[in-house]
Design a protein around this ligand. Structure first.
Ligand code: MFK
Length: 545
């Protein structure tokens, strides 16, 4: 018989996921768990079945921009790939955005929605991008109190009816600034006789994701406003007229990117684009932050989702690939390598879903002041930490396949390319490390984190876990001392160490959440796997200061 290598395969991505199922069993009341389980089983089936098969078959397709019709008219039509068209339908029908707004399970609806997004994302080549922005736009419009725009747009953003569904864009980046958004040059002008909310926008948006959206939230400077982020205003745009023609928007070209190649990312010229003010004529940067914080949550959920996909494939393959006389699953070093990646994934998972819990409580109006500060702090910490982990896990996952991981038609390299965007968009690691300092405020107090870890460790009884508690406490104390000292020394010392500091906070809280879960899992499931992952996470390094 000639040698035949069995490829890695996926089962039901919910049923096979010990970490997700164990987490949901801990945080959801039994009745809620019974109610939401069918939706997760179905999404897990699609993600490991027909959606995954379609993803593999769609590998070479990319979105296309047609700028002109045969008769010389500018049309700027975007054609999405078959995978994305199906992904949109599934996302809408299964409520991957809607679940958070229907709020059938109160504050925990956000957790249910994030679980759906986590299962859905890795089989869709980042269809999570338009969904994240749609979710963020809905949250931002609701927070704005602009009743007219809420009534007009939000029902489309959170519908379960595909023919009614709109996606939203987040048009922030300009040539002058991807990070320093206050440098934006787009100008908002008012025409004589226009109502006070109606403007026309003139400028160039340089790196706009998923430009096939029906609406966009964007920033522009009303004429006469001062420079900087405070002089910008937040605007709402409907991108096309009733005949589908762009409303004074030209798509100059699509970006040729390392990854997220299914996402139509464009350079746009706004040439008198009609736009409505969302809230006030100033403070655009501050007013768009609800959108930023929701997309940063999605970024973290996508990071853990991509890690989980890589590991599902790598563990499956390890049972099938024979080398030096046995399967890889029987090789101590291969297993040790994969379990290290699993520990990174589990830490990241608990941090991302903890931020989802806090977000849900905030949206449901069930958060106190201390936890609100915790949410503000942990959102950038979680985003930057999980994004870095996703890139390094994806790189190791490819290596665990040997040469096959480097070959495109295995479907593996896309995991690394798509992960690489996660530390870049929605704020780079450094920008978010500085945002972490901003969130701590002038007194750089880590008290909200200290009281969180104290609470998490109350239930810990297992002696192995008690050893890990000491490591987490010591890392947090080091971070506390470092930040106070650096603050007292100089702003430049503080900023220079901000990345190591923020990553230490991220890894410490990951460890603390994993310890708490491991204790629960021991007590309720008699399962030692989370303990083992927590032990490994400490060996991989927690204190990076
Ligand atoms: C896979 C899932 C994810 C998919 C999403 C894909 C779509 C990708 C599309 C994009 O990438 S869109 C572009 C995303 N761009 C960014 O994320 C910008 C990154 N830069 C920053 O985040 C900067 O920190 C920032 C632009 C906010 C700095 O601007 P400024 O003008 O220097 O802000 P400033 O003056 O510090 O803050 C203005 C106000 O906002 C302050 O409040 P006050 O006015 O009350 O003092 C800040 O405290 C507040 N603020 C800033 N960031 C905040 C925030 N409030 C809450 N949360 C935040 N994150």
């Amino acid at each position: 018989m000639p040698f035949e290598q069995a490829p890695p395969t996926l089962g039901n991505q919910f049923e096979d996921d010990r970490v997700l199922r164990s987490y949901l069993a801990r945080v959801c009341p039994a009745e809620m768990l019974n109610e939401i389980t069918p939706s997760l089983v179905e999404m897990g089936r699609l993600a490991g079945g027909e959606l995954y098969q379609l993803q593999l078959a769609d590998r070479l397709n990319e979105p296309r921009l047609t700028q002109w019709d045969a008769w010389g008219n500018r049309i700027d039509r975007i054609e999405l790939t078959p995978l994305w068209r199906v992904a949109e339908q599934i996302a809408v029908e299964h409520g991957v955005v809607a679940t958070a707004y229907e709020r059938k399970h109160g504050a925990l609806s956000r957790v249910h929605q994030c679980a759906l997004a986590y299962l859905f994302t890795p089989s869709t080549d980042i269809y999570s991008c338009p969904l994240a922005m749609t979710d963020g736009a809905a949250r931002t419009l609701l927070a704005s109190g602009n009743q007219e725009l809420i009534e007009r747009a939000v029902p489309h953003l959170i519908t379960r009816e595909p023919t009614e569904f709109w996606t939203a864009g987040q048009w922030m980046t300009e040539l002058t600034g991807g990070s320093d958004v206050g440098l934006s040059e787009t100008v908002a002008k008012q025409e004589p006789g226009a109502d006070s909310h109606e403007f026309r926008l003139y400028g160039r948006k340089w790196f706009t994701s998923a430009i096939s959206s029906q609406i966009a939230l964007t920033l522009a400077r009303p004429e006469g406003n001062p420079a900087g982020g405070r002089g910008l205003a937040l605007f709402y745009i409907e991108t096309r007229d009733d005949e589908g023609r762009p409303r004074n928007i030209e798509i100059d070209r699509l970006k040729d990117k390392l990854g997220t190649r299914k996402v139509p990312t464009g350079e746009l010229t706004l040439n008198g684009t009609p736009a409505r003010l969302v809230m006030g004529t100033t403070d655009g940067v501050r007013n768009i932050t609800p959108l930023l914080n929701i997309t940063r949550l999605w970024n973290g959920i996508s990071a853990v989702a991509l890690m989980r996909r890589g590991l599902a494939l790598a563990f499956d393959y390890a049972g099938k690939r024979v080398a030096f006389g046995s399967t890889l699953a029987e090789k101590a070093l291969h297993v040790d390598t994969l379990l290290g990646l699993q520990a990174e994934f589990e830490g990241a998972f608990h941090l991302a879903f903890y931020v989802a819990e806090l977000t849900g409580r905030s949206e449901a109006g069930e958060i106190d002041e201390r936890d609100a500060s915790l949410l503000r702090l942990l959102t950038p910490v979680m985003k930057l930490t999980t994004a870095k982990q996703a890139v390094s896990v994806a790189s190791e996952v490819l290596e665990s396949f040997g040469g096959a991981g480097f070959v495109e038609d295995t479907g593996l390299p896309v995991l690394l390319r798509d992960s690489q965007v996660l530390p870049i968009w929605e704020g780079t690691t450094n920008v978010l490390a500085l945002d972490t300092l901003r969130a701590l405020g002038a007194d750089v107090s880590l008290e909200p984190l200290r009281s969180l870890t104290t609470k998490l460790f109350e239930s810990v009884r297992d002696t192995r876990l008690n050893e890990l508690v000491k490591i987490a406490n010591s890392a947090l104390s080091h971070a506390e001392n470092w930040v106070k000292d650096a603050q007292a020394t100089s702003r430049s010392d503080l900023e220079a160490g901000a990345r190591r500091f923020a990553l230490t906070l991220g890894r410490t809280i990951e460890l603390a959440l994993l310890i708490r879960h491991a204790q629960w899992s021991l007590a309720h499931e008699n399962d030692h796997q989370a303990v083992a992952s927590a032990q490994r996470l400490t060996k991989l390094g927690v204190d990076l200061i």
